[in-house]
Design a protein around this ligand. Structure first.
Ligand SMILES: [Zn+2]
Length: 452
């Protein structure tokens, strides 16, 4: 299948830190799922199975979501005025009722929402594994196959319930051995390391306050033994920092360092409360950070030092986080949220619209270790791209298409391709029925609420 997209503004995001080649009226040629050519003017070789006249559109790389909990789509709207620890304490008993049917409905809805907002690769951190819930992790993998975007499924775990000084109730934690066995099985069953893969698995004990240090350490060893990446929550709130200082006599970043959890195969969710020393250490080790600006705002957690981290050399991408702390669940709006939050700290010169686009694309690809395959529009990379229609009233007259995308309302998608496959067209998801997904999500949310 050869697709030729012409007459579009194009932001390739082929540079570092908010830079990249742009074309005012250019072309993208896709052949067999891979980008064959990108440039100014008409396509050099006009042969096409499909030709798209993208006049008035902006083409960007597909967005990369670096942190999510798709199962939380079934628990939106709870604990609306809560700190992280209050919110978790309210939601753990509800999450205890999830099963594979509920998770599948939640994941189809969440992945559909991501695709509808420009996302072609999503990391999902699944750490609630009830004993009688069936294959909740596999349900997410299956949902991603249906929706058709790339999944980085993080097999999460918790082994430190209340009786061990942890935050979650004992009823929803696993044993350390159970967590390690389940994680190894998930890798062996689903992980596809091949270039252009649509399913990768990572290892993800949940957080220092729900996981034993033994599990953190052995999980890191397992990940490195299997050659997969590592992901966890870190430095999200000051409550977490205080608890870590009280219990371990060190900051969360120091604890992670001690446990083997800094490195260029690790990306951390949130990473808000870092000292200058910690920022430098993350940069030196190449440890990534998934910046989740909307979730951080809903929980009043703080503002990550994105610019400092990027300058230090740490890969930084964007994440929507679970929909229980970000009911919108869309990735597109996070670009603006990230830019505006950064400006609240260091002023309007400190972050550009292109910085927001870079975080959502190349920065995210770097976090997931996939910069050679995705995250920019360059010949030889996977054909993951979004064609944004900027011709409506919401964007008319904004001369800079990247500013229209990031500062304006999220535009409709004329087309979204993942590996050259059509996922969204004319602002409609084409791989699943959105009406069916909404109905299943409503039923799953009600079923879960009745259980709790
Ligand atoms: Zn999270």
């Amino acid at each position: 299948m050869r697709i030729v997209i012409e007459n579009a503004a194009i932001a390739t995001v082929d540079g570092d830190e908010g830079a990249g080649t742009e074309y005012t009226r250019g072309h993208v040629v896709v052949d067999d799922g891979v980008i064959e050519a990108v440039g100014e003017g008409p396509a050099p070789d006009g042969q096409a199975d499909r030709r798209v006249d993208a006049t008035g559109c902006l083409v960007t790389p597909g967005f990369v979501n670096t942190h999510h909990h798709l199962y939380q789509w079934a628990t939106r709207g709870y604990a609306q005025e809560a700190t992280l620890f209050e919110w978790l304490t309210a939601l753990y008993p509800v999450w205890a009722g999830i099963d594979e049917t509920i998770v599948h409905a939640a994941a189809v809805a969440g992945l559909t929402r991501l695709a509808r907002t420009g996302c072609t690769t999503a990391a999902d951190h699944h750490y609630v594994i009830p004993r009688d819930g069936g294959d909740t992790f596999g349900a997410t993998v299956e949902a991603a196959r249906r929706v058709g975007i790339r999944l980085h499924g993080v097999r999460g775990s918790m082994d430190r319930g209340e009786s061990q000084g942890g935050l979650p109730p004992d009823s929803i934690v696993e044993t350390m051995d159970g967590a390690l066995t389940g994680t190894a099985e998930a890798i062996d069953t689903f992980h596809d390391p091949s270039p252009g893969s649509f399913t990768r698995i990572a290892v993800g004990p949940c957080s220092p306050f729900s996981v034993s240090t033994d599990l953190m350490r052995t999980a890191a060893e397992l990940a490195r033994d299997k050659g997969v990446r590592l992901h966890t929550h870190l430095a999200e709130t000051l409550d977490e920092e205080r608890q870590c200082l009280d219990e371990f006599g060190c900051t969360p970043a120091e604890l992670a360092d001690d446990l083997g959890w800094l490195g260029d195969d690790v990306w951390l969710a949130h990473g808000i409360h870092f000292s200058d020393g910690a920022v430098a250490r993350l940069g030196a080790t190449g440890t990534g950070v998934a910046h989740c600006p909307t979730s951080n705002s809903r929980l009043g957690a703080g503002i990550a030092r994105v610019r400092d981290l990027v300058h230090a050399g740490a890969p930084v991408g964007l994440g929507v986080d679970g929909a229980a702390s970000n009911e919108d669940g869309g990735l597109g709006v996070e670009l603006r949220q990230a830019v505006y939050l950064a400006r609240q700290v260091k002023g309007p010169h400190s972050a550009t619209a292109r910085d927001g686009l870079w975080l959502a694309t190349r920065g995210g690809a770097r976090c997931l270790g996939r910069e050679a395959e995705i995250g920019s529009l360059e010949a030889g990379k996977q054909a993951d791209l979004a064609v944004w229609r900027l011709t409506g009233m919401n964007h008319a007259g904004i001369a800079d298409p990247v500013a229209a995308l990031v500062f304006g309302a999220l535009p409709p998608l004329a087309l979204l391709l993942a590996g050259g496959n059509v996922i969204v067209e004319d602002d409609e998801i084409r791989t699943v029925s959105e009406a069916d997904a909404a109905a299943a999500l409503g039923a799953a949310s009600r079923a879960l609420a009745e259980k709790s």
